[in-house]
Design a protein around this ligand. Structure first.
Ligand code: KG4
Ligand code: ZN
Length: 347
């Protein structure tokens, strides 16, 4: 069918996401997060995430079916994130999707989580800037606690090129680690955003990773945040050693500025180099106020059309997985074999 009815399952990290779409129409997007259970450990604990998925899946599927007003036997396909992500967490979702597919007779589609983030933008929504649907080719910048990737998407179902990615920490991970250095709770992204509002983004000039001329040759579209994190740690230590109080708001604002600057500089360089005047953002870090504002300003200045899906579609969710599968089906892609397993390092 051209507008297939697809149920999508996402369990690659801490969010149990169940989405139901009909073509580009989103009928349900249920998300249960186990973040509360990880908070006291200062990071996602894989074993806890996998167990939480196991508990959350069946009720979330029932809720999604109910919200969509859909019965299991109507589904044209069952889709699932098969990777990349946490192995145990992925396995729970893949197992559930196969069970549903076998029980209902619906075809089974195993899809790539990162491409799913791009697939979310096809779902009907109001773009922040620009109008109409997702126009291709586009450069896509995906930034979350698990990934920092720059993609060139020519065709969502057959031609997605990885231009670059982080060579150490993911952007969200850097926010989380720096928050910890500043004594702020986990997850740190929203906390840094909050305290940075009262700080001066130019108070401290933190390093912009992989932007020096010598690095650009090999790492033009790659990112590195570990040096930035270390620079923040040195700054905090120096203040403490001098018996001064740490200027938390200025450090947070300057750190946030450094991350946002390097993300947008590289994304816009890709747009310019490749002659693709379109940029799509995705991932949980897109919640960042400064990133959103700076993206709007800098894309407008560069003549680049910017698309930012609503936050609920930027963070991990099942609708983006269902959406990608619906497009694969419409493009005539065959289902995945039932012996396709979870692949935590799927490229
Ligand atoms: O996409 P997501 O919900 O889950 C995955 O990591 O896949 O992203 C979560 C990440 C966390 O690292 C969190 O600190 C970060 O996104 N984040 C933010 C903000 N809100 C969440 N980072 C910066 N600023 C924010 N406002
Ligand atoms: Zn993600």
């Amino acid at each position: 069918p051209r507008r297939p009815l697809v149920l999508g399952i996402e369990t690659s990290c801490d969010e149990t996401g169940i989405g139901i779409v009909r073509g580009d129409e989103m009928l349900a997007n249920v998300i249960a997060s186990s973040m509360d259970e990880h908070a006291r450990y200062g990071g996602v604990v894989p074993e806890i995430a996998a167990r939480a998925h196991l508990e959350a899946l069946a009720p979330a599927i029932e809720q999604a079916l109910q919200e969509a007003g859909v019965a299991l036997d109507e589904l044209d396909a069952v889709a699932v994130t098969s990777g990349p992500g946490l192995a145990g967490a992925l396995m729970v979702g893949v197992g559930a999707a196969k069970a549903l597919a076998i029980a209902t007779g619906a075809p089974f589609y195993a899809v790539n989580h990162l491409v799913g983030h791009v697939g979310a933008d096809v779902l009907n929504h109001e773009p922040l800037v620009g109008d109409g649907g997702l126009e291709l080719p586009t450069v896509a910048l995906l930034v979350s606690g698990g990934h920092t990737s720059l993609l060139l998407v020519r065709d969502l179902t057959s031609d997605v090129e990885l231009l670059g990615e982080t060579i150490d920490d993911a952007a969200g991970e850097a926010f989380d680690k720096v928050a910890r250095l500043l004594g702020l709770p986990y997850p740190g992204g929203p906390e840094i955003d909050r305290v940075a509002a009262d700080g001066d983004p130019h108070a401290i000039r933190f390093p912009r990773g992989l932007t020096a001329a010598k690095d650009l040759e090999r790492h033009r579209y790659d990112f590195s945040f570990s040096g930035l994190k270390t620079a923040v740690a040195r700054h905090v230590e120096a203040a403490q050693a001098a018996g001064e109080s740490v200027p938390v708001a200025d450090v947070a604002a300057s750190f946030r500025e450094a991350v946002v600057d390097v993300l947008l500089t590289k994304a816009l360089a890709a747009c310019r180099d490749l002659g693709v005047p379109r940029l799509l953002l995705g991932g949980g870090v897109v919640a960042n106020r400064r990133l959103r504002d700076a993206a709007v300003e800098r894309c407008a200045a560069a003549g680049v059309a910017l698309r930012i899906p609503p936050l609920r579609l930027c963070t991990d969710n099942g609708a983006m997985i269902a959406s990608l599968a619906a497009q694969l089906i419409a493009a005539g892609h065959p289902p995945s074999r039932l012996d396709v397993g979870a692949d935590s390092t799927l490229p």
